[in-house]
Design a protein around this ligand. Structure first.
Ligand code: LLP
Length: 422
């Protein structure tokens, strides 16, 4: 978090702005991002690569707010996208097309056409079928498409099963055993320029060994590929570096990059990485207010105005997010569940948490919410999605307005039908 969020005299600040002041003006719940935290994490990656040729492609899925993306683009990052919608956002926010890589396990024909049309740096291709489609569309558009194959190195990232991707049983990538043949076939395909090799093994990895194993496997395949005359420019090793949510000991971007560079064994291929969480995760918090406090005799529930539709991670992965009052208070702690108003028992932000005594109306902040927070939010229970706010130094700006009830029903219509045959 690089102390972008810190307490001064018991009050939580984001850089130079008191969180309470923002809440007063914006209302709750809202996501709050520190531009300093975003930039300093990106800079950690940049510094660690130094002069080694590289491109840091920010994973748009982790935080796709236009202002955040624009900040990353202005700092020289590229973008890793997985859909036409993310391509649209990446271009709108100012990423040059030649800094955009397109991963994703199921690219549709319109999405492929949009990306070829835009002239992105490369497609990370998942299968021969997909490659044939890319080639066909490139020919129709009279353009060329640059590609890497995404290979599946079959290493265990030792992370939550929903976010591990580089095992044989996962849907992602092409088995190593098939990749050589795929490269050979791609050589003769119209409209295709083969420029790299790609893998991504999972997310929230707190151990560097699986990254290095995956790189070793990719490197040996690369040597085989180049032995039949294809020269690759890029090795894309995906994203996945973990962060500290609670008690994890996550390596820093610098340690991660050094481990990669130490294993390049004299190869000089340009390295692409696709970090999302390790840049965005601790650059954002979710600010919420206490609606009610309910003591059932068995349990104490703090009911807040943010819910699983705003931050799905606790419900979906049983993920831990630190939660603290915006104004530090009572030293007495008691065990509570912090829950949202949604009609599901799975709607919780924290369970059995020791928490200081607080009151109705108090503000709480949910930490490490900058990645996979807003981007995974929904309108479940017809809840308008939260506002997003970006801070820089002493200033802040609402970079996504809180949704209104009208936003909730946009595109819907009432037909005033009754059922014909009952
Ligand atoms: N590249 C590819 C191809 C990916 O699939 C992902 C994440 C990334 C890069 C970025 O990974 P990161 O550096 O953020 O770990 N919703 C889950 C995380 C899903 C990650 C999916 N892919 C969560 O909240 O934990």
């Amino acid at each position: 978090m690089d102390n972008a969020f810190r307490y001064q005299d018991g009050e939580l600040f984001c850089e130079g702005v008191a969180v309470r002041d923002i809440a007063r003006q914006v209302g709750t719940p809202f996501y709050l991002y520190s531009s300093f935290a975003f930039c300093s994490r990106l800079n950690d990656y940049e510094k660690a690569f130094g002069n080694y040729p590289h491109l840091v492609c920010f994973a748009v899925k982790s935080n796709s707010n236009l202002a955040v993306l624009n900040l990353m683009a202005n700092q020289g990052a590229g973008a890793d996208i997985v859909s036409g919608g993310e391509l649209f956002r990446a271009l709108r926010s100012g990423f040059p097309a030649d800094r955009i890589v397109y991963s994703g396990v199921g690219k549709t024909i319109p999405e492929i056409r949009e990306a070829i049309g835009a002239g992105i740096l490369m497609f990370n291709v998942e299968s021969m079928q997909e490659l044939e489609e890319i080639s066909r569309q490139a020919r129709i558009l009279g353009k060329r498409a640059r590609i890497s194959f995404r290979v599946n190195p079959d290493v265990n990232p030792k992370t939550h099963p929903y976010i591990s991707t580089g095992l044989k049983k996962n849907k992602f990538g092409m088995p190593m055993g098939m990749a050589l043949e795929a490269y050979r076939m791609a050589m003769d395909m119209d409209g295709i320029d083969i420029i790299g090799i790609d893998c991504h093994i999972g997310s929230q990895l707190t151990d560097l060994a699986p990254f290095v194993d995956a790189l070793d496997r990719v490197k040996s395949l690369l040597v085989d590929i180049e032995s039949f005359g294809i020269e690759l420019d890029y090795i894309d090793i995906g994203g996945g570096l973990g962060i500290k949510y609670h008690e994890e000991n996550a390596p820093s971007p610098g340690e991660y990059v050094r481990a990669i560079l130490d294993h390049m064994d004299g190869l000089e291929h340009k390295i692409i990485i696709e970090p999302g969480r390790s840049i965005a995760g601790n650059a954002g918090i979710l600010v919420t207010s206490v609606i009610n406090i309910k003591d059932t005799g068995t349990k104490k529930f703090i009911i807040v105005d943010a819910a699983m539709n705003d931050l799905a991670r606790p419900s979906l992965y049983e993920a831990y997010h630190a939660i603290h009052p915006v104004s530090r208070g009572d030293a007495v702690h008691e065990a509570v569940d912090i829950v949202g108003p949604i009609c599901e028992s799975g709607d919780f932000l924290a369970r059995n948490r020791l928490f200081p005594r607080i009151a109705r109306g108090d503000l709480l902040s949910v930490f490490s919410a900058g990645a996979y927070g807003f981007t995974m939010s929904s309108n479940y229970n017809s809840r308008p999605r939260a506002a997003e706010v970006l801070v820089r130094g002493q200033e802040f700006a609402v970079v996504r307005a809180r949704e209104t009830y009208d936003d909730l029903i946009r595109g819907e219509k009432v037909l005033d039908w009754t059922c014909e045959r009952l």
